[in-house]
Design a protein around this ligand. Structure first.
Ligand code: F6P
Length: 375
């Protein structure tokens, strides 16, 4: 074996991770001169040197499995919880990379993972990344794997909520994942014919949402389905959030003594997403006279077997990644571009997020079929 590849999965799990691990492993082993080692639980396993040899037997029968056989975590190399403190463990991680004689490390993850991987690349490691997240918000790629499966799951759930909302003449507010980008809410909302879709990119007006529901009532439809991304905010909430964010950034810039308070206040606001959605459900009940119920789909959206589309996508990215390793490429994310793949410099990916553009055709279609977007 003259080449060694390491793999880790980091951030929230996402359907298709095992398909990607399998594709990297099988493509590498098929070359006859590559060996593959997996690190458990994201960057933490690389730091603690907890490994899993990825041999043919390990890679067999995992294509259809949800989650990741390697495990995952949100731990960051430069802020790793160790003994109750956050420590910079980047050096230990680099030592372990060299200890395993790695020629490349493939980090599979979302936006946060791309950033952490880039930091390691800056320390001299050969890094390649694959974009995965059910949020579909990684910059520089047409799409991420995991998104299609989550959209299917959310759509099926909303379809089911439709009949109960209809029978009870209720509003059902359905919260789907996506704290910064509305792809999942918009896609599942469009696919399930939601009456209202609220996404983080478009701050909503309670009155406009209530008006859309009342309008349906006037036409004899005494129920409505409101799909809300977990990060969607009303116009007032957004103003409050922006104020807290500015305060936090200013305090940080000035090295202000109130830095901790400001960042805690911002974190508290951001954490209370479920409260925002609950408040919306209550407001709509008061404003329309219809009973309202809240359903939070939560982690259901990330679990279980990947869709055929995600399996194909993850397999395509995983096998292309090994080809790029063979070509000696590093410090790139393997992006999806049309039907193919394209290596994109990690430096161009990090610090950005792919949100729903306000002129996106999905938004236009939603408006065309009479969906209220809260604006
Ligand atoms: O990985 C993305 C995501 O699923 C987001 O949609 C969601 O806000 C977040 O992860 C939830 O994170 P956790 O699983 O750590 O609660």
């Amino acid at each position: 074996m003259d080449r060694h590849i390491g793999i880790l999965t980091a951030g929230g799990d996402s359907p298709g991770l095992n398909a990607a691990i399998r594709a990297i492993g099988k493509t590498a082993l098929d070359t006859g001169h590559m060996e593959v080692v997996g690190f458990k639980d994201g960057f933490r396993g690389l730091m603690e040197n907890r490994i899993m040899r990825l041999e043919r037997s390990t890679l067999s029968s995992i294509l259809t499995l949800g989650g990741t056989i390697l495990g995952t975590s949100r731990d960051k190399p430069h802020k790793m919880p160790v003994g109750g403190e956050l420590m910079d463990m980047s050096e230990v991680i680099c030592d372990n990379y060299f200890r395993h004689n790695l020629d490349a490390l493939v980090c599979i993850g979302g936006g946060g993972t791309q950033k952490n991987a880039y930091r390691l690349a800056q320390r001299g490691l050969n890094i390649l990344t694959l974009p995965k997240t059910i949020d579909n918000d990684v910059y520089g790629t047409d799409v991420t794997f995991g998104f299609d499966t989550a959209m299917e799951i959310a759509t099926e759930a909303i379809d089911r909520l439709h009949s109960t909302a209809h029978s009870h003449h209720r509003i059902i507010v359905v919260e789907v994942m996506g704290h910064n980008a509305g792809w999942l809410a918009l896609g599942a909302g469009l696919a399930s014919g939601a009456d209202v879709i609220l996404i983080p990119e478009i701050p909503y007006d309670h009155e406009k949402v209530a008006r859309a529901i009342r309008h349906r009532q006037q036409r004899g439809n005494n129920f409505s389905i409101v799909v809300v991304a977990e990060g969607a905010l009303s116009i007032d909430e957004k103003k409050k959030r922006d104020k807290l964010r500015t305060k936090k950034l200013k305090a940080k810039e000035n090295g202000d003594l109130k830095k901790k308070q400001a960042s805690e206040a911002y974190a508290r606001f951001s954490k209370n997403r479920a409260e925002h959605t609950l408040r919306l459900s209550q407001h709509l009940e008061e404003m329309t006279g219809l009973e309202s119920r809240l359903t939070i789909l939560g982690h259901l959206q990330r679990g279980g077997t990947p869709s055929a589309t995600d399996r194909v996508l993850a397999t395509k990215l995983g096998s292309a990644c090994v080809k790029y390793v063979e070509e000696g490429l590093s410090n790139v994310m393997i992006a999806v571009r049309g039907d193919g793949t394209e290596p994109v410099s990690l430096a161009d990916v990090i610090g950005k997020r792919k949100v729903v553009p306000l002129d996106h055709c999905w938004l236009e279609s939603a408006r065309n079929v009479g969906t209220c977007l809260g604006d």
